[in-house]
Design a protein around this ligand. Sequence first.
Ligand SMILES: Nc1ncnc2c1ncn2[C@@H]1O[C@H](COP(=O)(O)OP(=O)(O)OP(=O)(O)O)[C@@H](O)[C@H]1O
Length: 886
Amino acid sequence: MPPKAHMKFGDGATAAPSSTDKSTTAGKQNPFSNTYGFKTSSRSSQSNGGKKRARDCSPKISGKGEAQEGLKPESSIAKKQRINGPDSGFSLQKPARVLPNGVMGKTIKGTNHSKAILPNQKAIHRAAEDLKKARAELPIARSKMDIRQKLRRNDVLLLNGETGSGKSTQTPQFLYTEPWCKKQLIKIQNKDGRAEEVAVGGVIAITQPRRVAAITLAQRVAREMGCTLDRSTKQGEVGYAVRFDTVVPRGMKIKFLTEGMLLQEMLNDPYLRQYSAVIVDEIHERSMDVDLISGFLRLLIHGDKRGRGGVPLKVIIMSATLDLGGLKTFFAKPETKPDYEPGKNHDVFRKEAIKSSKKSKEDILSDGKAPARFGKLKGPLANETKSLPPKVELPEESSSEDDEGVAKNGVAYIHVKGRQYTVKTYYDEKPTPDYLDNMLKTVFQLHVAEPLPGDFLCFLTGQDEIETLKIQIEEWALKLNPKLPKIKVMPLYGSLSPDAQQAAFDKVKERYTRKIVLATNIAETSVTVSGVHVVIDCGKSKVKQYRPRLGMESLLNRPISLVSAIQRQGRAGREISGKCVKLYTKEAEEKMEHDEKPEIMRSDVIEAVLKMKARGVDDVLNFPLMDRPDIVAMEKALLQLHVMDAIDDNGILTDAGKKMASYPLPAAYGRVIVEAAKNDCLVEAIDVIACITSDSEIFLQPKSEEDRLEVEEHRKLINHPKGDILTYLTTLRKYVQEEQQNRLDWCKQHMISSRAMKMAVMIRRQLHQTCKSQKILKELPPSDPQPFKEPLPTQEDTLLKTFVKAFVSKTALMGGDGLYVTTLGRNPVYIHPSSVLYGRKLEAVLFLEHVFTMKSYGKKVSAVQANWIEGALLGNRDCEKEPGES
Ligand SMILES: Nc1ncnc2c1ncn2[C@@H]1O[C@H](COP(=O)(O)OP(=O)(O)OP(=O)(O)O)[C@@H](O)[C@H]1O
């Protein structure tokens, strides 16, 4: 609870809550204490439509107004909302049902099941019509013909446009009717040399770094095109594919999908035959998958097109913060001799980008006027400053075209200037050590000052911070002056259920309420969170870092890059002019790295190498990567794959390797599955892997001592003395022995994430099916619930040995000084407090994850035997020794 001394906001002199940290309170006295509320009518009368609405939304007025809104003529504000916002048009009419794409539907009498809603076609088309005007006003609309022309004459287009200019939603819609986008029946020669007729093209793929962006963009584009899109859609022009959720309707022309899904599709369709074009969106994120996709696309554009019957694949690369120089040379026709050097692009990009950022400092996002609300501020918002331009100019020669508009190097380029709405940026005056505390205060300062409608989107580093801040905001909100708008806090992070994620995007339904979305960087690119006017950026994010010395990956909290700062800022000003409040100084921004190092250069590349091999790349060292990791790292990955039997002595993918690559899992878990199939513990191994690779932690941490004692009591029944692997096995089996309707209670009792368990069950089902189709699982296990069966001690050891085989690099032995040292590298490692083995001294341990905080910790730890490790290192699968034997 916040300290009692906190006054209610609006109680008079000090509206800002007091802080335990006096230094951060200084200079942060709430400047709005006398200006909030609805009395100062002069402010409201000066306001724009949004501010006027704040008055309309005061409880008294809105109470009356809302009841009659459906009858009232549509106000100009409501009309504006309807045009710009996804749901606002219908919120006035109180439909009985709203379809997942935000469009009204009719319910068939006698049923209330959502699938039974017949979409009201007229309403859908009217919604699309209403959006037309807003679409026509997007900056990219002016480039429509140019984009079409360039792609008629060239196969590659680099499209650089500012955040919110309309790239993701409009580009595929400009292209799907193009003549080159028609599906064609083509005769090709198949592997056996025989002629075969295949369909090529007809669909445009557009990749997104994250599932939430793929789904929300698909829904928006469907709405703009006047078609339905939900899980029951059978016919329609727009679809999407993300893990565990694919909607691919008949007649689909545009498909949003995650980068991982496109790579997965390439396993079965290496020539991407179903596509006429692939749009790679947000390439600046430089995930490992996008780097691999870029390499494969380069091979498809410039290589042998026989697999596509000679039909070219168009490639469009898009970003607001695109590194153009390197990409131009990367995709250029080899015969034009671009000065592309694999593995060296990141530095080239960086130099060009920094040079360009320094060259031009005009504020392209700002309208140049001080915003009325912040004109006389003190404290963190006082230092109003102009934002850095997010664009990077393309070097002159690259746009050179012949008279027909054909780019000499095959790579066309378009820069879309401007965005629809302005964004004002504000910086902290001085650095603050506790960004969470700073965020909390800023949220309330702005809440008091900012009119409704106007939701906030706050960027934080991870789930824990988000959940902590959510509780704090909700506690503080209880103390607010009741005249102020209510607050609804919506978390948004990767491991939330899709429905919970979607809720953060929906317009808030409660009256006189401000939505405050607390997000990780999953909301950083591509997305439009409806209703958001203000972005608050903590300036940090969690970054995965490979530590070659330790041979392990860790998650580190780091300042974001300039590119991320621009993207975060770009989440404001999408439906109306906005503000971005940065919880760092202008100087700190100037010192930011231009961009994040590409993932492939800071990660263990074993996954990348396996993915390349599985997609037919024999010579991985010469695969065209924009940036190639250190040759030593690549060789190490090849060696690891060889040790795992994924590749043979000649570097050719083995059957085991093919299987490993087919699971949507890190290579080592794939290896566990292959090994478990041999050791007759496949079903058990799948249960454990499903829990571990669920997208959030299964075991929740008790928040109080009381909770801890209670949970410990319940968890005694699932905690296993041999460690976390067997604890996961017990947990999943105890969970699925419960009837569906009891599972939530069971999870609550054991403080287990019900959401994570549901995901684990889905992963488990997917793995059972894949293994069955690979014939390593004879039959699918009987469906749940099944009675709990404890494995025999020998079965437990077999399972642990199987994991040791795949994770031998993550084992440690007890040293003479009572500390664990890793088997490879001899580095000290400690058992993490979250492990059931915390504090135990054992002969040897296996840990599946590693984190580096104050110390080097192993997580998900199991007790193993030194001779199993030795056996695994020697590749001796049959190294048998009884427990306790020295
Ligand atoms: N889900 C949505 N709800 C409401 N408006 C949306 C939605 N998606 C897009 N828009 C509108 O369309 C505009 C263009 O969005 P789009 O995603 O195409 O831009 P973009 O150039 O790809 O931006 P970014 O580079 O930030 O991803 C937004 O600024 C917003 O006005």
